[in-house]
Design a protein around this ligand. Sequence first.
Ligand SMILES: NC(=O)c1ccc[n+]([C@@H]2O[C@H](COP(=O)([O-])OP(=O)(O)OC[C@H]3O[C@@H](n4cnc5c(N)ncnc54)[C@H](O)[C@@H]3O)[C@@H](O)[C@H]2O)c1
Length: 339
Amino acid sequence: MQLIRVVLFGMGNMGRNHFRVLQSDPRYQLEAVVDPILDVLPDPAVPLLRTVEEALSLDWDLAVVAAPTELHYVIVKKILEHNRHVLVEKPAAGTMQEARELVQIAAERSLHLAVGNIERCNPVVGALRRLIQSGILGRLVHLTGTRAGGFPRNVKPGNNVILDLAVHELDVFRMLLGPLQVLNSIGHSTQLQDIFDTAEILVAGRQGATGSVHVNWLTPQRLRSIRVTGTDAVCTVDYIAQSCEISGLGLRERALNLLPELQWLESQGPLDRALLPVEKQETLKIQLDQLHRFLSGREHHLATHEQLVESVHLVEQAVELALQRTRPLVETGSPVELL
Ligand SMILES: NC(=O)c1ccc[n+]([C@@H]2O[C@H](COP(=O)([O-])OP(=O)(O)OC[C@H]3O[C@@H](n4cnc5c(N)ncnc54)[C@H](O)[C@@H]3O)[C@@H](O)[C@H]2O)c1
């Protein structure tokens, strides 16, 4: 495939990371950056444009959209209607209907549209899939995901912790469990009025396994983990450390045939513990590689087509349920009495 000429839309927190990885991958050429308020770029050789329209008057192939979430639908639609491929940051759009429309426009014009649900490219998620497929966990029963971190600098109306953080877990759970139903969702707005900054979401896969997601913007340190409970063993994944630890009774014996590559840790009594080796790599770089595979018609594991729509739909359902079911936190003015 020829060099892919890219325009990056939005040069904030995430845009800066896209800028860096695009500049480091020789298969892509960064033609311009669009950002209405930015003054300078890390590389002055890359032109800085102010509007989407200015960019659309130039000749290039692919847009990477890292503008604020509430602008995704409008910007991506405009770009697709000008016949360019798109990788849009998560979530791809505000509603399932908008996401479906974008996928349809892309299909009608034979364009490639993918969403940057980045954790599906995390090598540790690949390791987890291998582990599950080996059968060593037995039947999957429950997935627990935690994603927390400090409050974002500027939260626009319409954004919330479900859109911002739970989108990742819901997408990974969808990858691991197949199509999901959102059973329940509860959120709290502790800092800004009507903007959820904590949430709990309960989902179920078709084969009965369930998943619970906890997200918040209140925990000062970044936590990103999943625990997978199977009938025969439990696995804990840390997205940041890119580690995958498994524990279970009689694991060593079963692993001999199923997963000989396990690296054994000290057992705790009858409990065997091991690490599944993970080749650590920056997830955004893997995503860019997967994007190249997608653009050149090869197999990939980005969220595209119906999975892109589904990922927006899961978030949309979780927000709707949270809006219906959330009760305010009561301010008592005195310490909570434990009964
Ligand atoms: N995949 C991930 O892990 C991850 C992490 C953080 C953010 N994100 C996503 O990336 C997107 C951006 O988030 P952020 O934290 O970088 O936000 P940000 O506010 O730091 O940056 C957004 C940038 O977009 C620019 N912008 C505004 N209007 C624009 C327009 N019309 N055209 C082009 N640029 C425009 C702003 O000036 C700003 O520089 C969001 O959708 C967010 O959900 C993804």
